[in-house]
Design a binder for this molecule. Structure first.
Ligand code: ADP
Length: 194
């Protein structure tokens, strides 16, 4: 079982590269951002609560996303492995994920961090905002806020997995194909070792 965290700032390309990884390795995609947007779309009570945070570029409360992930792990016990996209985003979430996966006997295999310069992140998000219909991509203030939250609250998650020897950074600059190639070079050796 391969449990892969695809990590990076907003706009780093986590979703795009996750799709490539799924095509190559057949893992199950768990994107907390997508799950939250579906809940908002459905206007469920959880979605309505999450929207208050997301529209301002804040993180939603830890318990909420931890609960979403725990449920997904339970409904897919036979998955060949998971891609965690946009989760964990805080140290609390990282500890919880480790506990959840340990209880299921398959710990995190690798944290793959997509590294992209800040200027490029803002440009990509503003560009995505032209077509994505995502309120959080429309305003530069909200975008800058998301990047700041990433630097302050989410980056420490890297240290958590570095201490476990599981951190692997790749440049997220360049074309989607070039980045996918770098990503595959990071994942293939792990597959071969198993
Ligand atoms: P991006 O990486 O471009 O910000 P996501 O779809 O991953 O896009 O996340 C969108 C928003 O959803 C985040 O800005 C945050 O408000 C919320 N969110 C997603 N995942 C989490 C998480 N693990 N913890 C807290 N909030 C989250």
């Amino acid at each position: 079982m391969l449990n892969l965290i695809v990590f990076g700032a907003p706009g780093a390309g986590k979703g795009t590269q996750s799709e490539r990884i799924i095509a190559r390795y057949g893992l199950r995609h768990l994107s907390t951002g997508s799950m939250l947007r579906e809940a908002i779309e459905a206007q469920s009570p959880m979605g309505i609560e999450a929207q208050r945070y997301i529209d301002h570029g804040h993180l939603v409360p830890d318990e909420l996303v931890i609960d979403l992930i725990a449920k997904e792990l339970d409904v897919h016990p036979d998955a060949p492995g998971f891609i965690f996209d946009g989760f964990p985003r805080t140290s609390v979430q990282a500890h919880e994920l480790d506990d959840m996966l340990l209880r299921r006997g398959h710990p995190v295999s690798l944290l793959l961090a997509l590294e992209v310069e800040e200027q490029e992140l803002v440009a990509r998000l503003l560009n995505r905002g032209l077509t994505s219909n995502r309120a959080d991509d429309q305003s530069e203030t909200v975008i800058r806020n998301r990047i700041e939250v990433y630097m302050r609250t989410t980056l420490p998650v890297i240290d958590h997995y570095r201490r476990q020897g599981k951190y692997h950074g790749v440049s997220g600059m360049g074309s989607v194909d070039e980045i996918a190639e770098r990503v595959a070079r990071a994942i293939d050796p792990i597959i071969l070792k198993r």
